[in-house]
Ligand binder design. Sequence first.
Ligand code: NCD
Ligand code: ZN
Length: 399
Amino acid sequence: MTILRNATVFVDGQLRKTDIAFDEKIRAIGSNLSGDEQIDCSGRLILPGGIDVHVHARDLNQSHKEDWASLGRAAVSGGVTTVCAMPNTDPPLDRPEIVRAYRERAASARVNAKIYGGITRDNIGRLEELARDVDAFKLYLGETTGNLVITDRKLHREIFKGIAQTGKLLAVHAQRGGPPKTVTRHEADDIHYVLDLAAAHETKLHLVHVTTRRGVEAIVEAKRSKVDVTLETCPQYLFFTERDREQRGAWLKMNPPLATEEDREFLWWALAEGLIDIVATDHAPHTQEEKSVGYERAPAGVPGVEFMLVLLLNAVNAQKLSLKRLVEVCCANPAKRFGLPTGELSVGRDADITVIDMNIARTITRESVRSKCGWSPYEGLRVQGWPVMTFVKGRAVYP
Ligand code: NCD
Ligand code: ZN
């Protein structure tokens, strides 16, 4: 049994000075607990491990960009203890055999792995079978890395109906492709289209990487009319806009593209107000070489899993975000939505824990990046509030 002593622990929505005891599960939260391994955590903050429901772990034929081992190291160094990995891998995760092989690769990582099944023209008739091996499904309606885009509207109806029958969550990349400004302008329309499908077929829906005010508003309105939907935004849309893309080109090329300053400010407001359910990174590692070939030819996507919590902890330090909201969007809400045994510190939950020092201030540098891609869009940013220790199912995985 491990005891973390004298820390400030986030329990039941508030901070408490207490000890916490765990093996693979949290066994007790209280004062003067005893156990064989005791770690003094005076002055530190203890939070549930972060859950990043949108990462591209790559591996397989793209392990030069990232593999499960490097992704795991990056995640836990940033206090993230669970990741949900997308199926646009090479080869794609669209058959039970390949999903099982991928899960085996993931088992060697230090982080908990959840896996999305991909939907293709070929497997639409066999989603029920694939459902047994995946944690959720992912549908791409617009431009993305890989070959998983489906544009046929008749197939969309079939898919929403079929996934509803499996009872699994359907994550949708709603934004259709096109020139960046057009994608941004059309995001709300694309989201309306998906919301209508989910309403018609009673599909459990999660909208990934929402970037605009009107997109968020469409989803908030759908929730009022009882559509079973959650929404995610990503740190890159909170920190950058189309202006930054104009300056930094391919390094900030991503799907969906960066939106306007008005949208960015709205996202911060919506985050603080509770309109955003989940923050996830869309961690999309591409190598520096691949990103260095000019805007048109470079692949879309930026890495982010290791800095999600620090970016938001810094916002807490700057009083731009409450700690309560941070824990909701990075831990509690993702756990609820994906049915995970983590996301809050309470007795009986899996001991996925991160210990934070809110006083450490450090600049994000290229040298400090643990992801195999070896760079970060946040290089040069000085942030305060860093994870100093991370436990996954009670095991110390960082440092
Ligand atoms: C993602 C990738 O590289 O896999 N890229 C991106 O720009 N977000 C794919 C995706 O999520 O669409
Ligand atoms: Zn996407």
